[in-house]
Ligand binder design. Structure first.
Ligand code: KIV
Ligand code: ZN
Length: 507
């Protein structure tokens, strides 16, 4: 076996057995196809002796599988289970029998009511029987043997290793070492893996199968890989008994981040995760790594700033991956709370296709923070409303009443200043010039140093297209003022922007 990890999927067996409503054949077929589309080449499809329904679905999945995919079925160490497993596999193109028994001191005594030696003898007898049956079928079916509760075998590890040597000599090619219940810490388990690996023939494939009772199954699996376990038993979305099995998504991405060639199609992870969640009726929790709705959300100002500055990079600030790696698309979420900063405001406005400068986002940030302190996280629409209200439509001492063309380049301007009516005719090179001229005649001098007009491509469908004017004015103390306004008439957008500027100048 190469150094590449060999992903062995257990969603249809360990995952399925823990569901409130186990999958029927139709559902299993659909999931089987998703697993192969991910590029996973080994799939445990069920436990034929557990029920007629499981036997039938194993048989059907065997027929359905292509010659490239290893299909495996589970059997306890007894003749009946092994017979029905082999019967289910009889038409397989590439097959495995997976048999298991515990050798843990606690479990043999308290659950099997046997000595460790009695359990080992059952395992040896089953391995021998399985090999004889497979040979008589003249089929190339390999054998995987699992020491259930291997993680609990620290005190009798030498005995377990001696038993495993015998099982390998009887024909098992893969030895699976489950952390059936996660009780301790990853490296304690990894040390045991290393010891088994050192003592078994180098051709034996070492496999790990970790449950996630303490939330460390990914860590244990990844570290076991680096300690020599090349087969990694994982479940999609970490389904499985209790807190689940090792999550395939997390392991595959973690190894990829460690520059290990995984051989799987990571870009299918997100889509598959959503399908599995729906089919298993198991919600993806908010904070689930990689696939959770919140997994790529940033709320603190420092994090938002780093994330936005490195948005399109593979190695991003404050995130483990570029979301595109798992096919997640560009949905890094920037939420605005009282902890957030100017970069978030800037990004939200830009993402909605409105122009904004950093100075404007600094101004809006303090308003948005005050609002978020009262309300909690602000929705994007609330940030946009602030932008329209406080940037594009500034209320103040000037109030525009009308601006109308009288003749060619002559315009009439009518407004109030501190409630007092003002009226003048302006002339110039176009409406903006004429507006400035009219204001000058009334004693309000303004200097325009820069001017831009945008056509807004976020105009609501069916409505007239809108323009935004951006006008840079020199304020009363020579400070620079940026004034914006939106209107369907470009001339009015300009005049409104001038009035927004005046309302910033005269407070
Ligand atoms: O968790 C476990 O030990 C198992 C075995 C059957 C491999 O699922
Ligand atoms: Zn398991």
């Amino acid at each position: 076996m190469s150094d590449k990890p060999f992903f062995y999927d257990i969603t249809l067996r360990d995952g399925n057995q823990s569901l409130k409503k186990p999958w029927d054949l139709k559902e299993k077929l659909l999931i089987f196809d998703r697993i192969t589309e991910l590029g996973i080449k080994a799939i445990e499809i069920g436990f034929p002796a557990s029920s007629k329904m499981d036997f039938d679905s194993c048989e059907a999945l065997v027929e359905h599988a292509n010659a490239d995919t290893l299909v495996s079925v589970l059997a306890r160490c007894n003749k009946n289970d092994i017979d029905s497993a082999l019967l289910a596999l009889k038409n397989a193109k590439k097959a495995r029998l997976h048999t298991f028994i515990t050798l843990s001191p606690f479990h043999t005594k308290n659950v099997l009511n046997k000595t460790q030696q009695q359990a080992a003898d059952i395992a040896l007898e089953a391995a021998k029987y399985a090999k004889e049956q497979i040979d008589s079928m003249k089929k190339d079916i390999d054998i995987e043997f699992s020491v259930e509760h291997f993680g609990d075998c620290r005190e009798n590890l030498d005995f377990v290793i001696e038993t495993l040597k015998k099982i390998v000599s009887l024909g098992a090619t893969t030895i699976n070492l489950p952390n059936t219940v996660e009780r301790s810490h990853p490296m304690a388990f990894v040390e045991m893996i290393k010891k088994v690996k050192e003592n078994l023939p180098p051709t034996t494939i070492i496999s790990v199968h970790c449950h996630n009772d303490l939330g460390m199954a990914t860590a244990t699996t990844v570290e076991s890989y680096f300690a020599g376990a090349k087969q990694l038993e994982c479940c999609l979305n970490g389904l499985g008994e209790r807190a689940g099995n090792t999550d395939f998504n997390q392991v595959a991405v973690a190894l990829n981040n460690c520059k290990v060639e995984t051989g799987v199609d990571l870009s299918k992870i997100y889509e598959t995760a959503l399908i599995i969640s729906q089919m298993s009726q198991t919600k993806i929790y908010e904070k689930a790594p990689l696939i959770g709705p919140e997994a790529l959300a940033h709320r603190s100002g420092i994090h938002q700033d780093g994330a936005i500055k490195t948005k399109d990079m593979d190695f991003g600030a404050y995130r483990p991956i570029n979301p595109a790696l798992i096919g997640r698309g560009d949905d890094e979420k920037i939420g605005f709370t009282s902890q957030s900063g100017k970069t978030a405001i800037y990004d939200i406005i830009k993402a909605n296709k409105y122009p904004i400068t950093i100075q404007e986002s600094i101004f809006l940030t303090s308003l948005a923070k005050t609002l978020a302190q009262e309300k909690g996280e602000l929705k994007n629409e609330e940030i946009l409303s602030l932008y329209f209200e406080k940037i594009c439509d500034i209320k103040g001492v000037f109030k525009l009443i009308s601006f109308k063309q009288i003749y060619k380049n002559t315009f009439g301007l009518f407004f109030t200043f501190k409630g007092e009516k003002k009226e003048a005719i302006g002339e110039g090179n176009g409406p903006l010039d004429a507006c400035v001229d009219a204001l000058e005649k009334l004693g309000f001098e303004i200097k325009i140093s820069n001017y831009k007009q945008y056509s807004l491509d976020n105009t609501i469908e069916g409505s007239k297209s809108r323009a935004m004017s951006e006008i840079w004015l020199e304020g009363l103390n020579n400070d620079k003022i940026i004034a914006r306004a939106i209107d369907t008439s470009t001339a009015l957008a300009n005049v409104k922007a001038v009035f927004n500027g005046l309302n910033q100048m005269y407070k």
